[in-house]
Design a protein around this ligand. Sequence first.
Ligand code: MSP
Length: 510
Amino acid sequence: MSRPRFYITTAIAYPNGRPHMGHAYEAIATDVIARFKRLDDHDVRFLTGTDEHGLKIDQAARAANMAPKAYVDDMVAPFLELDHALGISFDRFIRTTDADHKALVQALWQRMAANDDLYLGRYEGWYSVRDEAYYDQSELVEATDASGAKLHLSPQGTPVEWTVEESWFFKLSAYQDRLLTLYDTQPEFIQPSSRFNEMRSFVAGGLSDLSVSRTSFSWGIPVPGDERHVMYVWLDALANYLTGAGGLDGEWWPADLHIVGKDVVRFHTVYWPAFLMSAGISLPKTVFGHGFLLNRGEKMSKSLGNVVDPAEMAIRFGVDRLRWFLCREVAFGEDGSYSDEAIVERTNADLANGIGNLAQRSLSMVAKNLGGVMPVRGDAGESEIRLKDAFLAGAEAYFAHMNALALHKALDSLMAMVAAANGYFAENAPWALAKTDTARMAEVLAATLDATRRIVMLAQPFMPESCARLLDQLGVAEDARDFKAFNTPVATGTELPAPAGVFPRITLDG
Ligand code: MSP
């Protein structure tokens, strides 16, 4: 039987600056889900990349005195490097300047035109270059600038400019009913539910037609048959998911899961399904809008001087500590905060004292007292039964939470398993048994090693590199690391390599 397929994507980042922690967070969370699905016997395709056209990039290139293509060619490098530094297991890194993508977007346009959904008109209204978004007058918020003058900002707090130009329009207004039906019949389309309510009421409030081309600059994909126009960057960008699926009728389509930040949920749950309906293409199954990552509770911004380089953080703390921290500390779907102190505290508690300590203590006892050979498992006594029950419940909760995309709750369940295993170890005190009853000591160590193996197997999506090292030390064969092997203990008599600590304690000053 063929394995079920799973196609997952991140948003594609604007390469108009260096990647920041928000980009790292989204890439890590998506990677965790992709790795979980691979271990859970799915055939996974994972797409990420960069969004390289549009006015924002055009302006950034001008400011850097470069041609836009040369500019993005330079700017994409740190995004790719960051993905490598973070262990992001993507299958394709798409750039919207890739030739296959340009061809696809033009074909998509033609399908929408063939469905009679595009017409030529004139756009008069507000535009935010920073968001690459059109806003209705009614959505703007009033603010005062430094000199006390009144000005209008987008609901995201970004500057807007009055824009007047000839434009192609997409008949978005005609899709209101179909979108509402989509939300009502497939509520899992927008997750978590807080974002669902927001989007449903936005659409229920009525939709205007959407300007989908620009004439005042040329850095974009030309509109087929009307080359004075380049396509609106969001039409171009959203279509990356189809290009990454192998085309308009691509073998990986429909996507199972688009992971995006809360600020771009509207584009993904209103415009995107409407474009696809227009082109007669099936819809992605779920769009999950994660929250924003804040630096000590504050928005990251150049003017606050609190933008940190995520690649540097990965080097400083270790990539797996960073991955663990972000998934454990931030409730997935909600905003969350990071600080150096919190990373040190959290990873020392969970990894050094929790998982690392459990592995280190049991492995070093086996090395010292049992010649580094996997001991014989004993008959289950009362404390083994309790441990087993805790693990059954813990693993079941872990899988349920992972499948519901509650990554932080899955880690709560995993930490409950760690506590149960540490409790078992302390209660049975194998170090004391070493002097009184070595057969019982061996049983306790065997049970602890198996509990550790299970914990580490479930931690793999979050900390791939450290878990691989721990599984090596636990004598788990490379082909026995996916979830099918979860209930298969390491054979008695397996020789274990010399143990070495994987999660040493860290301090703030390194
Ligand atoms: N190019 C668009 C997305 C197009 S998808 C077809 C874009 N780019 S972005 O570079 O501004 O953002 C990329 C992703 O990072 C988005 O999902 C965005 O929500 C996310 N984040 C940007 N800042 C963030 C935080 N501070 N925290 C968490 N994620 C945030 O939007």
